[in-house]
Design a protein around this ligand. Structure first.
Ligand code: PLP
Length: 465
């Protein structure tokens, strides 16, 4: 056989094998649909991590047997599992639970059409940045700080951030361990991108800010969810948590003070999770953007020196600088280099004058105290009103939010409730399903003044009667 005809024959074989893969994929989808039907009839949850794990180890065996790269096999498996879960949840590729942004956009549309809306959905404080920060921003533009900078941030800012966390947590990190990013959100994304490969697993404690699961899935990894409950005061039971960890677990995501529950983790629980991570060489991504709104003693991941971690913080919440888009990550030198590389690829750097404004913000400790006390007062007000309405809730230890359980009905449709509340009462809240499987909860934010918050809660009360 000539080389040419051999090449053609091989190409034909590859075509057939690829078609066969697609045929088998279709067959797999039909089987998962059947599984879905049975699960529904006997009321089993869609996701079963034990079944996934068994499947995973059989795939690893198959990879070894057929000489297929293990990472590739696991990537393929993740793709198939993701698709099966989506199908079983009755979602097409692009449909997701209604997000806070969806609610916000809808509310904005109503406002443009002449309605007035009480915004209890957004995590953006009504107060702006301190006056001194505004002044520095204008001055920095005047002084010509309008250029690209080093991707990881200007040395002065990295130095000031290092000083600030060193002082706060009694540690000793260097400025090179800091990467300044476009908001805390970009730090979260870049941390996930630089830590996970497709086929890896990352554990997220829910309820949680939805970006974690979205980012993890975006990089082709599997987000393994650990659900906490109101009845347990949103405390993760560390023993059950440990059962989720396995050889594929590369990241644990923590967010305390927590959005949306307001929970601050007890030190012994944090310590226990750190120990688990150390034993298994897992990195902890600790998103602490609400640290200045902790109303009780709070411990940072940075206090645990011997653990692989990425600490994320932001200027958005502490200084009312949401629209400035500036946050930062603190980690080991290698991880910071990776994060900076992603920042360079995606956005070059945070604008120069914004970085100078952030240096000024770090000097505004008094303003932060004022903001924090203001939010604390509002949270107390929300709790008082919820109590009056006999709505179960956990009294937040921090953040801008309360996460009450507004219905006990297992068939409650929280998205419909939230949409009706917006359309009929002009009150916008974040449905609990945004943060995981919490169809009986809403997140109420304390980012408006007390008068507006009271009125919003009064209207919620009218609907719940
Ligand atoms: N992390 C959490 C838990 C958040 O709630 C938010 C914003 O709402 C962020 C990070 C991102 O904040 P930013 O990108 O504005 O710094």
């Amino acid at each position: 056989m000539s080389d040419r005809s051999e090449l053609e024959a091989l190409r034909e074989e590859v075509r057939e094998v690829t078609n066969e893969i697609i045929r088998l994929t279709g067959l797999r989808f039909s089987l998962t649909k059947e599984i879905d039907r049975i699960k529904r009839s006997i009321k089993l949850p869609v996701v079963d991590y034990k079944v996934e794990r068994d499947l995973k180890s059989s795939i690893i065996d198959a990879c070894n047997k057929y000489n297929v790269d293990e990472h590739f096999g696991l990537r393929l498996l993740n793709l198939l599992i993701d698709e099966a879960v989506r199908m079983q949840k009755g979602m097409d590729k692009h449909t997701k639970a209604i997000s806070v942004i969806d609610m916000f956009v809808l509310a904005k549309k109503m406002e443009r059409e002449g309605s007035s809306v009480i915004h209890l959905e957004v995590g953006e404080p009504d107060f702006g940045p301190p006056e001194k920060v505004k002044r520095t921003t204008y001055d920095s533009i005047e002084r010509g700080f309008t250029h690209y900078t080093e991707p990881a941030g200007i040395p002065d800012l990295r130095g000031e951030i290092a000083n600030s966390v060193n002082k706060r947590f009694q540690i000793n990190i260097s400025p090179e361990q800091v990467a300044v990013t476009c908001g805390g959100r970009f730090s979260v994304y870049a941390s996930i991108l630089s830590t996970l490969f497709s086929g890896d697993e990352a554990v997220v404690i829910q309820p949680a800010w939805p970006a974690y699961v979205d980012c993890i899935e975006d990089v082709g990894s599997r987000a393994v969810v650990f659900k906490t409950k109101l009845e347990d005061g949103w405390r993760p039971d560390v023993e059950s948590f440990s059962e989720l960890l396995n050889d594929s677990t590369k990241l644990i995501v923590l967010n305390y003070p927590n959005n949306p529950t307001g929970k601050v983790l007890e030190k012994h629980d944090l310590k226990a999770i750190v120990e688990l991570a150390k034993e298994r060489d897992i990195t902890i991504l600790s998103d602490e953007v609400y640290l200045d709104y902790a109303f009780k003693p709070y411990n940072s991941i940075l206090e645990f020196h011997d653990c692989k971690s990425i600490y994320v913080s932001s200027f958005s919440k502490s200084y009312g600088m949401t629209g400035f888009r500036i946050g930062y990550a603190v980690s080991d030198l290698e991880t910071i280099k990776k994060i900076s590389r992603i920042q360079a690829l995606a956005s070059t750097s945070v604008p120069e004058f914004i970085q100078y404004a952030a240096i000024e913000a770090l000097r505004c400790e008094d303003d932060v105290k004022v903001y924090s006390n203001l939010i604390k007062r509002r949270i107390k007000l929300i709790c008082k009103e919820l109590k009056k309405m006999e709505i179960p809730y956990y009294e937040p230890d921090g953040t801008f939010y309360a996460f009450p359980q507004i219905s006990q009905d297992i068939d409650f449709d929280i998205e419909k409730f939230s949409l009706d509340l917006l359309r009929e009462k002009g009150v916008c809240v974040a449905p609990g399903t945004t943060f995981g499987d919490y169809p009986n909860f809403v997140r109420i934010s304390a980012c408006q003044n007390e008068h507006i918050i009271s009125e919003g809660l009064r209207r919620i009360g009218e609907v719940l009667i």
